[in-house]
Design a protein around this ligand. Structure first.
Ligand code: GLY
Ligand code: MN
Ligand code: MN
Length: 423
């Protein structure tokens, strides 16, 4: 759990980045319609949540900075007995005051009037332009007399880059559930018939162990389906001599996990599967061993390209010189994505990769990033020896950057061939 003091600390840290005489408004995520009058389960906007920890719809956070000090106001939904009968309990203003350590709490019906008042003597306005929300557009218009409109998302993103120990504890908890789900998949795959059946087993563990949901739609891709990077249909048969690429991770109390394992349906890797898998596993471990503060993510990517390319040459999948093959984008055909991304409240965390001057941000202690090399060989690729065609493999772990090295937070999830086969 993230304590109230931590949210207050985050707001103080944000305030240091804001201009004097500014107003910042963050609005909650909108409930999303699924069809007609049904909605998707509600999930709070990550930037808003990061700054105050409030989980309800129809709410807003306002931060006023005069000279140095800040004032923070939270706007919450009014209690409404009839609506609460249908959609569930609301905290309400009175109860919220006992929990949230802000300067004042108002109900949302006062929002327009209060914000218009607060806009009056300010010079700058910060909004989250990544939201694509008509409430943000309306606020932008309302504040059109202010000198500047700044996007707060980059600044909140900078704060979100390095995780606190409480955040790391939540990611670890998410990973402990995800570990159980992947291990169950390894032990059950042989007895199941379809990708969605396997998906159901994985997500059953997520729910049963108290995860709110999956952190992204699970990918359960058998055989050649693994060569579609964002394959989420998951409705094909499991075929006995094929591999299944499972990219699935739960979200626990708003924090993501993001894990890929590639396992044989039958419980035993075939020779070509083993050769390709061992090569990618070697690369994954090499890259993880390079992760520490000060290293550039782009260097990790370049190294992964070099090692994967060498690996593909040694397996007879590519022919030629490593540097030339990479330059001519021959490797990209089989390794089309990056080595990894920041992870946190969002699976692809919105923390920036470059600073405001456009310079790459090096790895910092406290960051969590994925390392996820993969090779994808389409079934119909005649340029590749037949034994490798239709194989797609990715291995993905979640890594905590520390000052002198790193910690593989998902290191307990089986990935050695002998361990996978043992399950
Ligand atoms: N699961 C999405 C990703 O690996 O980036
Ligand atoms: Mn990932
Ligand atoms: Mn993933």
């Amino acid at each position: 759990m993230i304590k109230e003091e931590e949210y207050a600390k985050r707001r103080t840290a944000l305030a240091k980045k804001l201009k004097k005489h500014s107003i910042t408004v963050l609005v909650s995520a909108k409930a999303q319609q699924r069809s007609n009058d049904t909605e998707y389960p509600y999930r709070q906007n990550s930037n808003f949540y990061y700054m105050c920890g409030f989980k309800e719809d129809n709410s807003a956070l306002v931060i006023i900075k005069k000279e140095k000090k800040i004032k923070t106001y939270l706007f919450v939904q009014k209690k409404d007995e009839l609506l609460e009968l249908w959609t569930g309990k609301r905290l309400g203003q009175k109860e919220a005051k006992t929990i949230f350590d802000v300067d004042d709490i108002f109900t949302m019906d006062k929002f327009d009037k209060k914000v218009a008042e607060l806009f009056k003597d300010k010079l700058s306005l910060y909004l989250d332009f990544t939201m694509q929300d008509e409430r943000v557009d309306k606020l932008k218009k309302l504040g059109s007399h202010l000198l500047c409109h700044y996007n707060i998302s980059h600044k909140v993103g900078e704060l979100r880059l390095c995780k606190s120990s409480a955040e790391i504890a939540l990611i670890k908890k998410a990973l402990s559930i995800t570990k159980e789900a992947h291990h169950l998949a390894m032990s059950k795959a042989k007895s199941l018939h379809s990708e969605d059946e396997l998906q159901a087993e994985i997500e059953y563990v997520f729910k049963k162990q108290g995860a709110y949901s999956d952190a992204y739609t699970s990918i359960v891709a058998c055989g050649n389906n693994a060569n579609t990077l964002h394959y989420i249909k998951n409705d094909d048969k499991l075929e006995n001599n094929k591999l299944i690429l499972i990219d699935a991770g739960c979200e626990y109390d708003y924090y993501a996990s993001d894990i890929t394992r590639t396992i044989p349906v039958s419980g035993k890797f075939t020779e070509p599967q083993k050769e390709l898998y061992s090569m990618i596993l070697f690369v994954e471990k090499e890259i993880i061993s390079m992760v520490k503060a000060g290293v550039m993510r782009s260097d990790l990517h370049s190294k992964s390209e070099e090692l994967l390319c060498e690996g593909l040459i040694s397996l007879g999948i590519l022919k030629g010189n490593v540097k030339k093959l990479i330059k001519k984008k021959k490797l990209k055909k089989y390794y089309p994505h990056g080595i990894g991304h920041w992870m946190g409240l969002d699976v692809h965390d919105t923390g920036p990769y470059k600073n405001t001057k456009g310079k790459e941000i090096p790895l910092l202690a406290g960051m969590v990033m994925t390392v996820e090399p993969g090779i994808y060989i389409p079934q119909d690729d005649k340029s590749v020896p037949k034994r490798f065609r239709g194989i797609g493999i990715r291995i993905e772990d979640d890594i905590l950057v520390t000052k002198d090295a790193c910690q593989n937070l998902s290191g307990e999830i089986f990935k050695e061939i002998k361990d996978i086969e043992s399950l």
